[in-house]
Design a protein around this ligand. Structure first.
Ligand code: LLP
Length: 415
C-alpha cells in the first residue's frame, strides 16, 4: 500500500478535475478520494505496526469509504446500532466490529445483542448498569469496559471527551466492575478510553497521560481477573486544518504511546476516525451572491452549516480555495464566505483572502472528508448534498443529492 505524503493540502487537489465533477454532479458536492484514504491507512499501519487499528466510523460512513477502509485490514469502531449495521454491510468481519455504547438506547442493545449471536462483535460499556441491560438480554459475547481516564484533550472543549462524566466508568471503579463482569460470566476481553478529538501539539501530553493511566489500569485488572486481550486508547489523531500547520509525526506519536503504555500483557489498540478521511475529502460549493459591505465582502455560497457544520459548531477553520479558472490572474479580496441558512453562525470562513469572487465561481473547502457529510442536516428544509467518490481515474456517485420530497416523505400528518 502506498503511504503518500503526510498531508494533502487543499492546493494539492486538481482544480480542473474538481470543476468537471461540479459540472457533472452539481453543488454542493462532497468529493472523496479513495486513494488518499488508502494512503492515510498505510501511514497509520506503518507507524502503528504492532498495534490493533480500528476505524472510528462516525467520521464518515459512506459506503465507498467503509469498503475502502475495510480492504486495508483494519476493524471498525461503531457508535450506534446503525453504524454496526452499515459496517457489517460494507464487509467488515463481525469479529473486527466494536460497538461503543454511549448511553445506549434499548433498540441499540437489542440489535447489537442479536447481531453478536451471528457475528463475534465486541460490546464496549461505559456505565455499570449497561452490564445489567446486556445480562437481561442474555448477552454472552465479548465485552470491553470503557474507562473515564480523567484526562481529556482535543481541538475544542466540545470534543474533549476523556474527563467528561458522560463517557466511561470512573477509572478507580473499573477493576471492581471488571471482576464483577467476569464473575457474572461475561467474556471480558478489553479496556478502552478516548481522550478527545483533534489531538496535536500540547494535547499530546494529555494523550500520553491517558495512555499511562490505561497501562496502570490494565496491569491492575489483569492481576485481578487473569487476562485481557487488548487495551484500546481511542482515536483523536489530529490533522492540519490550517495551511501552515504541520502534520503529526505519526512515528513519534506511536513511539510515545508505546512508551507511556509500558509493559502490559495485552495488545495496544487505537481507533482514529478523522485521520483516515479528513484530507481525503473536499466540499465543492458555488458562489450565489457577492455583496460588498463596509466591513467585508460577503461571498454567499450554496453550502452552509447544514452541509458542513464544523465551523458553526466548533469555530473550526477549513481552508477555502477559489477554483475559478482565472483565479491566479485576479486581485485578492478579504471575504466572509457565508451559507444560505438563516443563522448568524452560518459562515464557512471569515477574513479569507480570495481571488476577487464572482457569481458562479466554484470554491473548494478543504479537509471535509471527516465529520462533513456525516453531520449534515436538513435545517431550513435544505436537502443534503451529493457525494461522489473518485478512485484513480474513475469517479462514481456514492450518495445522491437529497430532494425536498425526500424530507417531506417522512411526514405522516395529513389534513
Ligand atoms: N473513538 C471514540 C470513542 C470517539 O468518541 C471518537 C470520536 C473517535 C474514536 C474518533 O476520533 P477522531 O480520531 O475522529 O478524532 N464532530 C467532531 C469530532 C467528534 C468526535 C467524537 N468522537 C469534529 O468534527 O471535530
Amino acid at each position: 500500500m502506498r503511504s503518500g505524503p503526510a498531508v494533502r493540502r487543499l492546493s494539492d487537489w486538481d482544480a480542473e478535475r474538481l470543476r468537471a465533477l461540479a459540472g457533472e454532479y452539481e453543488t454542493p458536492l462532497y468529493v472523496l478520494d479513495l486513494d488518499r484514504v488508502r494512503e492515510n491507512a498505510a501511514r497509520l499501519r506503518a507507524a502503528f505496526d504492532a498495534e490493533e487499528i480500528s476505524y472510528a466510523a462516525k467520521a464518515n460512513t459512506t459506503r465507498p469509504v467503509l469498503e475502502t477502509i475495510e480492504s486495508t485490514g483494519v476493524g471498525a469502531e461503531c457508535a450506534s446500532a446503525g453504524e454496526v449495521e452499515r459496517a457489517l454491510a460494507a464487509g467488515f468481519g463481525g469479529g473486527d466490529v466494536r460497538y461503543t455504547a454511549v448511553n445506549p438506547p434499548d433498540e441499540d442493545l437489542d440489535y447489537v445483542v442479536q447481531a453478536a449471536t451471528e457475528h463475534d462483535l465486541i460490546v464496549t460499556i461505559g456505565a455499570a448498569d449497561t452490564l445489567d441491560r446486556l445480562a437481561e438480554r442474555g448477552f454472552s459475547g465479548r465485552l470491553c469496559i470503557r474507562a473515564n481516564p480523567g484526562v481529556g484533550a482535543g481541538h475544542h472543549e466540545k470534543v474533549s471527551t476523556g474527563a467528561a462524566p458522560k463517557f466511561g466508568v470512573p477509572l478507580d471503579r473499573v477493576p471492581e466492575l471488571a471482576s464483577e463482569a467476569v464473575d457474572r460470566g461475561f467474556d471480558l476481553v478489553g479496556l478502552h478510553a478516548h481522550a478527545g478529538s483533534g489531538i496535536s501539539g500540547e494535547d499530546l501530553q494529555a494523550h500520553r497521560e491517558l495512555v499511562a493511566r490505561m497501562g496502570d489500569l490494565a496491569r491492575t485488572v489483569i492481576d485481578e481477573v487473569g487476562r485481557l486481550e487488548f487495551v484500546n486508547v481511542g482515536g483523536g489523531l489530529g490533522v492540519p486544518y490550517r495551511e501552515d500547520e504541520s502534520p503529526l509525526d505519526l512515528e513519534a506519536v506511536a513511539a510515545a504511546t508505546r512508551e507511556a503504555f509500558g509493559d502490559v500483557e495485552a495488545t495496544l489498540g487505537i481507533e482514529p476516525g478523522r485521520y483516515f478521511v479528513a484530507d481525503a475529502g473536499v466540499l465543492l460549493t458555488r458562489v450565489n451572491t457577492v455583496k460588498p459591505t463596509p466591513e467585508t465582502t460577503v461571498v454567499g455560497v450554496d453550502a452552509g452549516m447544514t452541509t458542513l457544520v464544523r465551523p458553526a459548531m466548533y469555530d473550526s477553520y477549513h481552508a477555502i480555495r477559489s477554483l475559478a479558472p482565472d483565479a491566479g490572474a485576479r486581485e485578492t479580496t478579504s471575504a466572509t464566505v457565508a451559507g444560505p441558512i438563516c443563522e448568524t453562525a452560518d459562515v464557512l470562513g471569515e477574513d479569507r483572502s480570495l481571488p476577487d469572487p464572482e457569481r458562479g465561481d466554484l470554491l473548494a473547502v478543504g479537509n471535509a472528508g471527516a465529520y462533513g457529510y456525516e453531520m449534515s442536516s436538513n435545517y431550513n428544509s435544505r436537502p443534503r448534498p451529493a457525494v461522489v467518490a473518485i478512485d484513480g481515474e474513475t469517479a462514481r456517485p456514492a450518495v445522491r443529492r437529497e430532494t425536498v420530497a425526500d424530507i417531506t416523505e417522512l411526514e405522516t400528518w395529513s389534513k
